[in-house]
Write a protein of this length. Structure first.
Length: 521
């Protein structure tokens, strides 16, 4: 096999009640056997759809798609399942979707081999060898819940390559990791695919991923737009159908809006702005405008620390400790959350950020310490009473965006108010839809949205509920740079309006707008 991926002129349309949405629009991409390709692109550009097409989860509407020699356009489900089980290795952004919590690390890696058709004893032997080859044998007897985020993601990489797949597909594998842990995962991934001889297609917003790539490509609007290698200058891509996509910074720098003139010989065409029509209509500047709005929010003056200290306390943790399997996750943690304040919880992967958020919301009981929300001590409440307290005072945006798939963005926001016994508020829904840059996709069912768009819908849903305490776990992990600024601006605006906002994050964009930063570990 000389080609791991052959995707030519691929279109992918999602049906919606208001017509079809094109996620891929004539995309062409080849990946050679053993090649390492990193795919960049803004939210909604088609990256996730491309991965779903390549693993056979979504059928293309048109075009050629061949993966490891299998023609996915004409393949039956048995062929697609065999491809996924034997020829592909998958690394998800959320390691919890890959690792089974009830079995050891060794058995998790062996499970991937069993799914590829390996016998039980041989699978365990090969799993142990794979862990040892990647320097992870000391984790073999551990359960996934006892691992740090970086350790768990490195185990996922091991599981993805243990059966020596022809192609490894990685979807934002470091989105929820701190810088040091992310670099360990990249190094592990590069070493693993090199050892197994696998090709790699890595989708990410993280510019640091390019150091493990043979080639970097960028997708915009469902097409390949730019391509370069570590030693090359960035080049525009002209696809099979003659389309060229000008990147937004290039368009702005050249003064190009909706029309352009081309002059010169074919080998040296020069583009220049053309006169705009009297009514130019809509342009594609939504992201740019939202990014500028975000930057304005980032620079907004904040109340002085002394003034914030006088605000009412919404939640408080005192001397909180949590341990799992004999390992301390939190040890005497303390936190005071005040109204009108954005508090960021920062720390290395595995430091206990998610655990602290779960304890703060009453989703997990601490082994020791006190937790109070709206003046109520949680220790004396049963599960139903804690849920009732959250319904009145707290709304949570977790790492998994659990949305109502069949309805659109606005309806998801309406539903959260209905579920909490709040009256409809079209003005409030409109505000958060626009603040979070969701207006262009608001009438689409969320099942057709990109991962970054879904994450922003989840954030909008939290804020539309108008809770006294809004809690977010890695709210920018799936966002490109421009949209991360939009999310940071929205959380900052919510805090200025009086909500107590708490977010666990590694993102310096969010740290920069925080009123309080709490470092764990």
């Amino acid at each position: 096999m000389t080609v791991a991926v052959r995707a030519h002129d691929v279109f992918c349309l999602y049906p919606t009640p208001r017509g079809h949405v094109a996620a891929l629009r004539g995309l062409t991409l080849d990946v050679a056997a053993g090649e390492r390709v990193v795919v960049h692109g803004p939210n909604g550009s088609g990256k996730t759809t491309l991965l779903r097409v390549l693993i056979g989860e979504v059928a293309p509407s048109a075009g050629i798609v061949e993966v490891c020699g299998v023609d996915l356009v004409g393949a039956v489900e048995a062929d697609r399942a065999r491809l996924r089980g034997r020829r592909l290795g998958l690394v998800d952004q959320h390691y919890a979707r890959t690792l089974r919590p009830e079995i050891s690390v060794l058995d998790n890696v062996a499970l991937q081999l069993r799914l590829a058709g390996t016998g039980r004893r041989t699978a365990r032997d090969r799993a142990g060898a794979a862990l040892e080859s990647l320097g992870l044998s000391h984790l073999a007897a551990r359960r996934p819940a006892t691992l740090s985020g970086g350790e768990a993601q490195r185990v996922c990489v091991c599981a993805a390559v243990a059966h020596s797949p022809s192609l490894v597909l990685a979807d934002e594998p470091t989105g929820e990791l701190d810088r040091a842990s992310a670099e360990e995962v990249y190094d592990q991934l590069a070493a693993a695919v090199t050892a197994s001889g696998s090709a790699l297609l890595l989708v990410t917003h993280d510019a640091r991923a390019t150091r493990v790539a043979d080639r970097i490509v960028r997708i915009r609007d469902g097409r390949l737009s730019e391509e370069w290698t570590g030693s090359d200058a960035e080049s525009l891509v002209v696809d099979d159908r003659g389309w060229v996509r000008l990147p937004e910074p290039l368009r702005r720098g050249a003064g190009v809006r909706t029309r352009v003139r081309a002059a010169g010989a074919p080998e040296s065409i020069v583009l220049s702005p053309a006169p705009e029509p009297a009514s130019p209509g809509l342009t594609s500047a939504v992201t740019k405008e939202r990014s500028e709005e975000g930057r304005r929010h980032l620079k907004a003056p904040e109340p002085a620390r002394a003034e914030r200290a006088q605000r009412s306390t919404v939640a408080r943790l005192e001397a909180v400790s949590v341990a799992r399997d004999g390992r301390g996750i939190l040890d005497g943690a303390a936190l005071t959350v005040r109204a009108g304040t954005l508090t960021v919880i920062r720390g290395r992967s595995g430091a206990g950020k998610t655990t602290l958020l779960r304890v703060l919301c009453g989703l997990e009981r601490p082994d020791a310490g006190s937790v109070r929300i709206a003046g109520v001590e949680l220790a004396g409440l049963d599960r139903s009473a804690r849920a009732a307290l959250r319904r009145r005072h707290v709304c949570v945006g977790g790492q998994d965006t659990i949305l109502v798939e069949s309805v659109d963005v606005d309806e998801n926001l309406d539903l959260v108010r209905l579920a909490r016994g709040l009256p409809p508020d079209a003005t409030l829904v409109e505000h958060w839809v626009r603040t979070l840059g969701l207006a262009p996709v608001r009438r689409r069912p969320v099942r057709v949205l990109s991962g970054g768009e879904r994450q922003r819908v989840a954030a909008a849903r939290v804020l539309a509920a108008q809770p006294g305490l809004a809690v977010f776990d890695e709210p920018t992990s799936r966002q490109d740079e421009a949209h991360a600024e939009i999310v940071a601006a929205a959380l900052s605006a919510a805090a200025r309006s009086g909500t107590a906002v708490v977010a666990a994050t590694h993102d310096p964009v969010l740290v920069a707008v925080a009123d309080e930063v709490v470092d764990l570990g």
